[in-house]
Design a protein. Structure first.
Lengths: 306, 453
């Protein structure tokens, strides 16, 4: 009997995401043809606009019918579509291995990553993985070949969240056009945001997928001594008196975090462990209210360059 | 069981209740709970007061509560009280020979005796009847010793304390002729030790109406100076007297034991006396109110005056010249005074007075006159004739269970200390180790927002 592969556990999720698209949030500066709107204008079948013929243009792109009607030479322009390599930066710190014993946050993170990877891969986008762990870096280069998603799931299988890892250095080293950061942002979030801003300013696409456990939003009641699994020296009493303060402080921080990422031009989505993974993936890939301000500015600059 | 200080028992119960309550609301270290977002919890002490419906450590709670209860019980001084009678009498029966009629003494004793009463026979000392009862009282006999009300009351006071646990009230009944000789200087203070009135039953006192008869002389030589002195005054006494001029024989001693006065005045060194080296002389001899002034040789030294002995005569410098020793119901009076064969010393009136002083009854002159009415009233006292046994029990401050209860409390407290140490007594205050470095790693500065909060 053949052994079940890690991807088999994600079967229902992948089935639910069949046909889901994950469009780029702005025009992609890539040469390979793909599913995303490219910043380049080329000879694609889809007509997008006309331009007066200039010396040197390919005569085959001239619209002869328009020439016959108007006696003026125009060439046809169409939008190019390009691929968008997507790399998933996974947070495997100890805070992701909670709550025990199911490690729901890490499980949800892997589901999000596998689901989004499958969606991107279905659109012929290369997908890759970067996971800093306490014992080293788990890395999968971005690929489009068949079986990439299975390799993706297989690479995440043995990873056990532990220790304290920094994501910022790994983000700096990623060169893909789109990066999805799957984390609880309880680690080096400031450094991470700083590097993300640089990527966004350079035209990259960043998605911040914030994994939050339901038990963090509604922790156990009673008099408890809460301790940080990554920093055991941090211990605070969680009682009925301090619970409201905790909920308010945590909500305020989440709000600030969301505002900071969105203000930088990234996409931000909070995913709780009790939300169905398929729905969360659809929410992440769904275009929000149009392109981000940064994307708009980049598009305008590209138009000006034509 | 009864408690000498029941207030401490109530205090111990209250303290044990307080221990239980403290176990439920004591500041406790909460259960550890891993929470990655701990940094957002407001900083506070790691200990929080919490009400719990169940104590966290039953064994510690039980040990502490039992230790406190044991301490309270120990200070409450439990006494295993036997079954008590409502009223118990202590009969003091004066069986000295001051009573005129033995039958009257027996009848009075039997008339006042109730089953369960204690009986103390009093003469010169007090002895509790081993098996008090009507039979013992019917077999009562008189002794030839003087009575001592002080000795009787002291013994009654002691016995009352011993009987306090088995009685609710106690009463002392004194059955006596109350002769003056039974009263001594210690009686008022001894009487003051009994906090109730005494019941006094008076029996007739003996009046010394015995006819004086001549004393008996043992075998003496014809020219014995002592015999001459005795005959010259026709020495007589109201009690049997035998004068011998040698060491007492067995017959003599047995005669004295039957109640006679054996006056041994040997010509040589008396038995038990030692030679004085060198022999000295002294100018006078005193016995009672009689004094004989003469150049006496003093060749012997009297033995130590033992318990029960009495000095019958002294030399003028205070040394013992004649010593009386009790012998059964009588006594042996030994005189260590050599008498010259020549001379008329023993025929002088002073010597005759000395002889009369030396043949007074054993124990000295008796005063059998009853005490005055005022003295009797003072002895009786006023107020209730019964004293509550509680008064006597509270003075009896020994509780046999107290040391055991204290030991139990001590063992439990030591065990509790050891058990607490093995069950994480080395608690640390987590709030004192609140992490500051963690706050620098979070975006949105949750620590700063917390600080602002």
């Amino acid at each position: 009997m053949p052994q079940s592969s890690p991807i088999a556990a994600f079967g229902p999720l992948l089935d639910a995401l069949r046909g889901v698209k994950w469009p780029a949030r702005h025009a992609v500066a890539a040469a390979l043809p793909g599913a995303h709107v490219s910043r380049l204008r080329g000879a694609a079948p889809e007509l997008s606009e006309y331009r007066p013929y200039r010396q040197g243009d390919d005569p085959r792109r001239m619209d002869w019918r328009l020439l016959a009607r108007s006696d003026r030479a125009f060439i046809r322009l169409a939008e190019e579509r390009s691929v968008l390599a997507t790399v998933f930066l996974m947070d495997s710190s100890a805070s992701m291995a909670w709550p025990r014993p199911g490690q729901d946050k890490w499980r949800r993170a892997t589901e999000m990553a596998v689901g989004l990877a499958a969606v991107a891969h279905a659109s012929a986008d290369p997908v890759g993985l970067v996971t800093p762990t306490a014992s080293g870096m788990v890395r999968l280069p971005a690929r489009t070949r068949r079986g990439t998603v299975a390799e993706f799931a297989q690479a995440l299988g043995p990873v056990t969240p532990a220790g304290s890892v920094e994501l910022a250095p790994a983000l700096r080293a990623i060169s893909a056009g789109r990066v999805a950061i799957v984390s609880d942002f309880l680690g080096d979030a400031e450094s991470l945001l700083r590097i993300a801003r640089v990527r966004l300013a350079a035209g990259g696409d960043v998605h911040a997928i914030h994994i939050v456990a339901r038990e963090e939003l509604d922790p156990a009641r009673g008099s408890l001594l809460a301790t940080d699994p990554e920093t055991p020296s941090v211990a605070r009493p969680l009682t009925s008196a301090s619970r409201d303060g905790y909920l308010a402080a945590f909500a305020a921080w989440r709000g600030e975090l969301a505002d900071a990422w969105r203000a930088s031009g990234a996409s931000y989505a909070m995913v709780t462990t009790d939300e169905p993974a398929a729905a969360a993936v659809r929410r992440v890939v769904a275009p929000a209210s149009g392109p981000s301000p940064t994307a708009k500015a980049a598009h305008a600059a590209a138009e000006g360059n034509r | 069981m009864s408690w000498l200080a029941p207030g401490f028992l109530a205090a111990g119960a209250l303290a044990a209740l307080a221990v239980v309550i403290l176990h439920l609301i004591a500041l406790q270290r909460p259960r550890r709970y891993d929470l990655p977002t701990t940094r957002f919890i407001p900083t506070a002490a790691a200990r929080a007061a919490a009400m719990t419906r169940r104590p966290s450590d039953w064994l510690l709670l039980v040990m502490r509560a039992v230790a406190v209860l044991a301490l309270g019980a120990a200070f409450a001084r439990p006494v295993l009280a036997p079954e008590r009678r409502p009223m118990r009498q202590l009969l003091l029966v004066d069986r000295s020979d001051a009573a005129a009629e033995l039958a009257a003494l027996r009848d009075s004793s039997l008339a006042h005796y109730v089953d369960g009463d204690a009986v103390i026979y009093v003469d010169s000392a007090a002895r509790a009847a081993i098996a008090p009862g009507p039979d013992s009282l019917r077999q009562l006999t008189l002794t030839h010793a003087r009575g001592s009300l002080s000795a009787g009351l002291v013994a009654a006071r002691r016995m009352a304390t011993a009987l306090a646990d088995s009685s609710d009230s106690l009463r002392i009944v004194v059955i006596s002729p109350f002769a003056s000789e039974a009263v001594d200087a210690a009686l008022p203070e001894v009487r003051a030790g009994w906090p109730a009135a005494l019941t006094l039953v008076t029996v007739a006192a003996r009046s010394d109406t015995a006819i004086a008869e001549p004393v008996t002389l043992g075998e003496v030589a014809d020219n014995d100076p002592l015999a001459a002195g005795v005959r010259s005054i026709a020495l007589s006494a109201t009690h049997p007297v035998l004068i011998i001029r040698s060491s007492p024989t067995g017959n003599d001693s047995s005669w004295a034991r039957s109640g006679g006065l054996l006056l041994a005045w040997p010509a040589g060194r008396p038995e038990g006396w030692s030679d004085r080296l060198p022999t000295d002389s002294v100018g006078a001899l005193v016995a009672g109110a009689a004094t004989v002034v003469a150049p006496f040789a003093r060749p012997w030294v009297a033995p130590e005056v033992g318990p029960g002995s009495r000095v019958a005569a002294r030399w003028v410098d205070g040394e013992v010249a004649a010593l009386e020793q009790p012998l059964g119901d009588g006594c042996l009076r030994t005189v260590g005074v050599p008498l010259a064969d020549q001379g008329d010393l023993t025929l002088q009136p002073a010597f005759g007075a000395l002889l009369r002083a030396l043949v007074v009854p054993c124990g000295g002159v008796r005063d059998l006159r009853p005490i005055s009415a005022e003295a009797l009233s003072a002895l009786r006292g006023s107020g209730s004739a019964a004293v509550s046994a509680k008064t006597l029990r509270s003075e009896h401050d020994r509780s046999p269970l107290t040391p055991w209860l204290l030991g139990l409390a001590l063992i439990l407290l030591i065990a509790e200390w050891l058990l607490r140490g093995t069950r994480g007594g080395r608690e640390t205050d987590a709030a004192s180790r609140t992490d500051d470095t963690a706050t620098t790693r979070t975006a949105g500065s949750p620590a700063r927002s917390q600080g602002a909060a």
